[in-house]
Design a protein around this ligand. Structure first.
Ligand SMILES: C[S@@+](CC[C@H](N)C(=O)[O-])C[C@H]1O[C@@H](n2cnc3c(N)ncnc32)[C@H](O)[C@@H]1O
Length: 297
């Protein structure tokens, strides 16, 4: 069978199994088995698959048909144009999280030798991207999962920033160095924010395979942010920024939780859903506290 026939066969099999992204999944898995990228599949053509690759391709198709995410099958996911390793110990980085990184880069670019913290780093997508795109930045990245940090460390080394990203295991900001006067310019947090009841009801598809520790944010999804906010206030310098990824409807609730002393803005993602809260730490409690929601552009 030539390349087109393999892809057509695989895509219709995945479609029958209920996979909405059947064709692209088939291409990515075939490219993975043959050790090429997707474009090369079409450019170089392929008369047939050697028996070893054919067997592997059919096995991977089975896994995908069973609902396993393509990123866990190939072990890779692109984020901010960079190739990241993933495995089932980490959440697969989502494209919507690129909004947080883009805003963080905008804030930090004018700051000389900025210090940033990524709380709940998972596979390190946020921390490593910041280090790659801000050459003078020092990044601290924490996670409660040692297995996730193993993956994050590998990603930092692969992208040549292992010396500027420090990975620390523990709860929220707890493992950060206890240096008197230590202050951060920016704190990035994509902590679990899915309400527990939604996880129980929606344990289907990708979420069946991802670690619950990476998703469950308690009854209203905001348990982790409730604990983080007062600690973030102590860690950030005056004028520093706290960026938190949220789900639909959580931005205004989070503002209420934050109280005065912050200037808060809520940004939507490309689909128009509330996705990012940016809070600037003001100097004096109760003064200049502002709140506005950005309109989708
Ligand atoms: C939604 S995932 C985000 C991963 C990554 N930052 C990203 O954007 O792809 C949340 C991460 O927070 C970690 N986490 C959960 N509870 C935590 C806690 N109390 N302290 C630190 N990290 C925590 C999980 O292990 C998981 O890696």
């Amino acid at each position: 069978m030539n390349i087109s026939r393999w892809i057509n066969y695989a895509a219709s099999y995945l479609k029958e199994s209920g996979r909405e992204t059947a064709r692209i999944d088939a291409e990515v898995l075939l490219a993975h088995c043959t050790g090429r990228d997707r474009a090369a599949l079409y450019r170089d053509g392929l008369d047939d698959l050697p028996p070893g690759q054919e067997k592997m391709f059919l096995q991977l198709l089975e896994r995908r048909a069973g609902g396993e995410p393509v990123a866990y099958i190939t072990g890779h996911r692109e984020f901010m144009g960079l190739d990241f390793l993933v495995n089932p110990a980490v959440l697969i980085p989502r494209p919507e999280t690129e909004l947080l990184v883009e805003k963080a880069l905008e804030i930090l670019r004018p700051v000389p030798a900025p210090v940033a913290v990524d709380v709940g780093t998972g596979n390190g997508a946020i921390a490593v991207s910041l280090a790659v795109f801000l050459e003078s930045a020092k990044i601290y990245a924490t996670d409660i999962s040692g297995a996730a940090l193993e993956v994050a460390r590998q990603n930092a080394v692969r992208h040549g920033v292992g010396g500027r990203v420090e990975f620390l295991e523990g709860d929220l900001l707890g493992p950060l160095p206890d240096i008197p006067g230590f202050r951060a310019d920016l704190l990035a947090a994509n902590l679990p924010y899915v309400p527990s009841s939604e996880i129980l009801l929606l344990m289907k598809g990708v979420r069946d395979f991802e670690p619950r520790l990476a998703l469950d944010g308690g009854p209203d999804g905001l348990d982790h942010y409730r604990r983080l906010i007062p600690r973030a206030r102590r860690l950030l310098r005056e004028g520093g920024h706290l960026l938190m990824e949220v789900g639909a409807g959580q931005g205004a609730v989070l503002r209420g939780i934050m109280g005065p002393g912050w200037k808060v803005e809520v940004f939507p993602d490309l689909a128009g859903r509330e996705r990012l809260v940016i809070a600037k730490r003001l100097g004096v409690y109760g003064q200049n506290s502002e709140f506005r929601i950005q309109n989708p552009e």
